[in-house]
Design a protein around this ligand. Structure first.
Ligand SMILES: [Zn+2]
Length: 270
């Protein structure tokens, strides 16, 4: 009778070492893409540290059937290493295999930590880029200080595009490209905040369009450079909404440890 591992135990053993062979000198990936689009090739084996049946390699008669079939008694290896350990039991002892298993599990944790650190770094770089997108008069000057409303609207539109695609068109027409926009931010909380900011930007543009259609502001002067807001409450709403946007953005900056943006922008007093 063989004390085989259950599928659950096999998966557990593989997952705990990141599907890599546990022989520290091998560390081969045991799972990868197959030929078909949905096929996965698995060359990993859940090997027994002490044999599954009497007469097998490193068989230990002092443990129970249950212990023999437990994850404790298993080690995840590639096919060639699983043959290797059974070909020379004097060399590949129980103690050695347990050591391999321990090392491999520790390395899998280190791999994960490395991946997380990498992601955090990329998130930070992307947030810095977004802060740069908001560092312009359209987000930092009171509505009474804005120039043409069309430019104001365009600046907001450019920023929405930058958040969604990672592409920013600067005022001099050059294009800055960074990653793939806010959907590639790994930190869920930050991504949610950026989604909220984006919704608020969309609301600003919609409200501006209604304001224009209903004559809430008027244009005067040559080339419509000057305008006057008749609706005071609306002007306050434009200012407070942008202030809120920069507050949300700055709360992410604070977590990263970089300077956020304030509304309105601090001006030097002479
Ligand atoms: Zn191997």
């Amino acid at each position: 009778m063989r004390d085989d591992f259950s599928q659950r135990t096999k998966d557990l053993l593989a997952n705990r070492v990141g599907w890599k062979c546990s022989n520290p000198n091998c560390r081969k990936a045991t799972r990868g893409a197959g030929i078909g689009k949905e096929n996965i090739i698995n060359i990993g084996v859940a090997s027994h540290i002490t044999a599954a049946s009497k007469g097998g390699p490193r068989y230990d008669e002092n443990i129970t059937s249950q212990e023999r079939a437990s994850a404790e008694n298993g080690i995840w290896l590639c096919q060639s290493c699983s043959k290797l350990i059974d070909s020379d039991v004097n060399r590949y002892t129980i103690a050695k295999l347990k050591k391999w298993k321990e090392i491999s599990e520790q390395m899998a944790v280190l791999d994960l930590e490395e991946a997380t650190a990498e992601e955090q770094h990329e998130d930070k770089e992307l947030i810095k880029f977004f802060v740069q997108c908001f560092d312009r008069p359209a987000f930092q000057d009171r509505i009474y200080q804005e120039g043409r409303m069309e430019d104001f609207d365009k600046a907001i539109e450019d920023t929405i595009i930058a958040l969604n695609t990672g592409v920013l068109r600067t005022r001099d027409g050059s294009i800055l490209k960074k990653a793939d926009g806010k959907s590639s931010v790994v930190n869920i909380e930050w991504r949610e905040k950026l989604n909220t900011i984006c919704d608020m930007l969309v609301a600003l543009r919609k409200r501006l369009k209604i304001a224009k259609d209903t004559g809430a502001y008027s244009l005067y002067g040559e080339d419509d450079v000057m305008y006057c807001f008749y609706d005071r409450d609306l002007a306050i709403w434009f200012d407070s909404t942008r202030e809120e946007i920069l507050k949300i953005l700055s709360s992410i900056c604070e977590e990263i440890g970089i300077h956020g943006l304030g509304f309105p922008r601090k001006r030097y007093e002479w």
